[in-house]
Design a protein around this ligand. Structure first.
Ligand SMILES: CC(C)(COP(=O)(O)OP(=O)(O)OC[C@H]1O[C@@H](n2cnc3c(N)ncnc32)[C@H](O)[C@@H]1OP(=O)(O)O)[C@@H](O)C(=O)NCCC(=O)NCCS
Length: 461
């Protein structure tokens, strides 16, 4: 049964946007129905085909390399980097709609691509922008909850608490409590996801202005797009910064399904926890220093290097010494390495490209580039680092500093706002495809010992 009509008859101009979003939702529903049929066929005819082999080392090492999840929105190739529905970042920068005269893609377009699987038209992007603008109101109690926290609370903690406080708005939770059919889950999860994405920039900007700008808040500008309006509410109206936010929100949105924030959102959502609960859980994972917090670590690490070396642009030899000192102290070089990638992260390259165009003479940016010339060689020498190349976090902080956003602790919140696009589009797919609760098998070391000794057989179910 079709749940939504594409275009209702007797549509008036005043409710056109509503009906148009109905069209996007209906399009998603139709796509999901097609994929559900395909999956049914795959399972029926190929369900027994082996896709992977699991080694004892992988069981102990963070399940690295095990293919065990389906995430429709993007796919990460170890050498090619991330592709969103088949499109690389350079292709997206070229093909996705932009603001008139703009050079960077609108993240609304990437969301459409991840949700629907096709490139959007300018009109479709505009309608998503308008819809998110209309849905961006946040209930007062959310701000009151944030206001009760000590102002020094880490912005990621405030962000997570703010999302949890907004859970009162979950349409899925309310509908589930009343009793709905499984076939309707996707509809409420879609609505919650759209509302949550719409609200996040306002929540994040509130936290920023409260913590760093004496509580002087800035209202939204309805004429702006989602990322542009976010920049405006943070207090940055420079056109260059608006362009950076559009790029930043696009490139941080998704990195296939196994990374901590995406996997956590998927896992928690699989228990039918609503999108607010699932996304807040994902954000708590993003707040870890080996995941999303690495961007603040990178810039702190460079600051400490500059302080020790007395400022200015350090030479390659000086950087090398500092890198070796960091490693000798038993620390990682932040912004380098990746669990899946084995080449320079295209998200790093996109930011480098932006910087070459807009701020080629910035000293901090030039340090980032010089660090890039030095670090991979040293990490390769160690022999154990699987990927000596920079990831997305190695560059982002330097761009933000250039435009005056100096509050490093806030950088992961920007990442989190962007990440909502991928993980919530993916959550819509999870519910539309009726994915079950996730529950992998765990074993004990004693079990593994017995298995190796041939005293036990591998589990088969
Ligand atoms: C991203 C990261 C967590 C991936 O971890 P991983 O998949 O376990 O990486 P590897 O398999 O290459 O790790 C093998 C070894 O190399 C080390 N290594 C990996 N990246 C390193 C780096 N940037 N600096 C120093 N050592 C590093 C690991 O700590 C590990 O050492 P150990 O065996 O003594 O514990 C890791 O590269 C890292 O800590 N990077 C720095 C933090 C960062 O930039 N995070 C953002 C990721 S987008």
């Amino acid at each position: 049964m079709r749940l939504i009509n594409y275009f209702c008859e007797n549509v008036t101009i005043s409710n056109y946007n509503f009906v148009y979003m109905g069209y996007i939702k209906a399009k998603f529903h139709d796509k999901a129905e097609e994929v559900a049929v395909e999956i049914k066929d795959l399972l029926k005819n190929h369900g027994d085909k082996q896709i992977d082999e699991v080694h004892v080392s992988q069981v102990y090492q963070g399940m690295r390399g095990i293919t065990g999840l389906v995430s429709e929105t993007s796919l990460l190739d170890p050498t090619d980097g991330i592709r969103f529905r088949g499109y690389s970042i350079p292709e997206l920068r070229d093909k996705l709609p932009k603001v008139p005269g703009g050079s960077e893609p609108l993240p609304e377009g990437l969301f459409y691509l991840m949700l629907i699987g096709e490139l959007p038209s300018e009109e479709e992007v505009q309608h998503i922008s308008n819809t998110w603008g209309r849905r961006s109101q946040i209930p007062r109690h959310v701000f009151n909850t944030i206001d009760k926290l000590p102002v020094e609370t880490h912005p990621m903690t405030q962000f997570s608490i703010g999302i949890m406080a907004m859970q009162t708005e979950s349409l899925f939770a309310k509908a589930y409590a009343k009793g709905i059919s499984k076939s309707e889950y996707w509809d409420y999860v879609y609505e919650d996801s759209m509302n949550l994405i719409a609200r996040l920039p306002r929540l994040a900007a509130y936290i920023y202005r409260r913590k760093y700008k004496g509580g002087q808040h800035i209202g939204p500008d309805p004429s702006l797009d989602w990322a542009g309006n976010f920049a405006h509410m943070l207090g940055y109206d420079d056109e260059g910064f608006l362009a950076l936010m559009r790029l930043y929100m696009t490139i941080h949105a998704d990195h296939e399904g196994g990374n901590v924030s995406a996997h956590t959102t998927h896992l928690v959502g699989s228990a039918l926890s609503d999108p607010y609960l699932a996304f807040a859980a994902g954000m708590n994972g993003l707040a870890g220093p080996l995941h999303g917090l690495a961007n603040q670590e990178v810039i702190r690490w460079i600051d400490q290097m500059r302080e020790e070396l007395g400022g200015g642009l350090p030479s390659k030899e000086e950087i090398e010494q500092y890198v070796r000192k960091t490693l000798a102290e038993g620390k990682v070089i932040p912004g380098y390495g990746h669990a899946v990638l084995r080449k320079t992260d295209p998200r790093f390259t996109a930011q480098m490209d932006f910087a070459k165009k807009h701020l080629p003479n910035d000293e901090l940016v030039n340090i980032v580039w010089r660090v890039y010339e030095v670090v991979p060689g040293i990490l390769k020498e160690l022999g154990k680092v699987k990927n000596p190349w920079p990831n997305v976090d190695a560059h982002s902080g330097s761009l933000l500093v250039h435009y005056g956003l100096m509050e490093y602790e806030f950088y992961t919140v920007l990442f989190g706002v962007s990440r909502s696009l991928g993980v919530l589009a993916s959550l819509c797919w999870d519910r539309a495809l009726g994915f079950p609760i996730e529950r992998p098998k765990s074993v004990t070391t004693q079990w593994i010992r017995k298995f190796i000794n041939g005293e036990l057989e591998a589990y088969d179910d």
